[in-house]
Design a protein around this ligand. Structure first.
Ligand code: CAA
Length: 283
């Protein structure tokens, strides 16, 4: 099966990025969210990104127009009735994801693959609410989606080889490289990345160094494109905390305990770039 029509559930930073790369790869894309204003916001960010490509001479205006014309907007989940693949990219909440997958399983055609962009929640558990666990898979894009080359593809316990092969082919068409991992807490990307970020937060919490100093050390000393605290603000501190909690609970080792300063910031509503304040301020 070749994927022709893809639906993205959740038009936030990740969902809109996924819609952009899928439409750029020539797929018909439906962008869905619960409110029209959320869908519009996601669509505007796609158009903004594509316009920048046109301004910089990386795309022609006609190409942009074609890409945009392949995107339709939706607030109705029943629009999943004739899609080949759905990529869910809503908040990291198992209850919400389970509800969505249960509904999608009823609405979408039997051949459709149901994928989650979850950054750490178990794919096997999400699949268990459907009658097609062989067609449920994790497609974990990295942020910013249009730029990052990796898709971490997570096989749940029952995910079939056929489903994996279709997703691997889809990743290639979107100009990405799929890397296969199995379903364990945090998968691989976040199992390695988040403890580093958490440790960087401990360095600030314990007064070892300022956020600026920690970031400078990792940028200049390790050649990271962003320091870990700038990256934490970029990912969202609520998402960072939720991934650390999944690692801590799922792997049961105290080395994964979330830093109290991370908890405090999240409780204060300091969620990073998206809320205007995290380790840094974003006026
Ligand atoms: N959306 C689309 N394109 C973007 C973008 C965005 N949000 N941000 C940057 N870009 C593109 C632009 O095309 C830009 O080029 P132009 O300015 O010519 O248009 C190009 O990237 C380079 O951007 P900048 O020059 O502004 O800045 P930069 O060179 O520092 O690169 C970066 C920006 C690519 C984000 C880089 O800093 C980087 O790689 N940072 C690390 C990102 C990272 O680690 N991501 C993984 C996060 S973890 C995750 O996603 C998993 C999870 O589950 C939490």
């Amino acid at each position: 099966m070749t994927i022709q029509k893809l639906m993205v559930i959740g038009a936030g930073q990740m969902g809109s990025g996924i819609a952009q790369v899928a439409a750029t790869a020539g797929l018909q894309v439906i962008v869905h969210d619960i409110k029209a204003e959320f869908v519009e916001k996601g669509f505007n960010s796609i158009k903004k990104n594509l316009s920048r490509d046109v301004e910089k001479g990386r795309k022609r205006q006609e190409e942009m127009d074609e890409i945009v014309s392949r995107i339709t907007l939706s607030t109705d989940l029943t629009d999943a009735k004739d899609v080949d693949v759905v990529v869910e990219a809503v908040i990291e909440n198992m209850q919400i994801k389970s509800d969505i997958f249960r509904k999608l399983d009823e609405i979408s055609p039997p051949h459709a693959i149901l994928a989650s962009n979850t950054s750490s929640l178990p794919i096997t558990e999400i699949a268990s609410v459907t009658k097609r666990p062989d067609k449920v898979i994790g497609i974990h894009f990295m942020n910013p989606v249009p730029v990052m080359k990796l898709i971490e593809v997570i096989r749940g316990l029952a995910t079939s080889y056929e489903t994996y092969a279709i997703v691997e082919d889809l990743a290639k068409r979107m100009g990405k490289t799929a890397v296969e991992v199995h379903d364990f807490p945090g998968f691989v990307a976040n199992r390695i990345l988040l403890p580093m970020i958490n440790e960087a937060i401990y360095c600030v919490y314990e007064g070892v160094a300022t956020p600026e100093a920690v970031d400078e050390i990792m940028k200049l000393g390790m050649n990271h494109p962003m320091g870990p605290l700038t990256l934490a603000d970029f990912i969202g501190l609520d998402t960072c905390l939720s991934i650390m909690e999944v690692l801590h609970e799922g792997l049961g080792d105290s080395k994964y305990r979330p830093c109290p300063l991370l908890r405090k910031y999240v409780k204060a509503g300091w969620l990073g770039r998206k809320s205007g304040r995290g380790f840094y301020s974003y006026p």
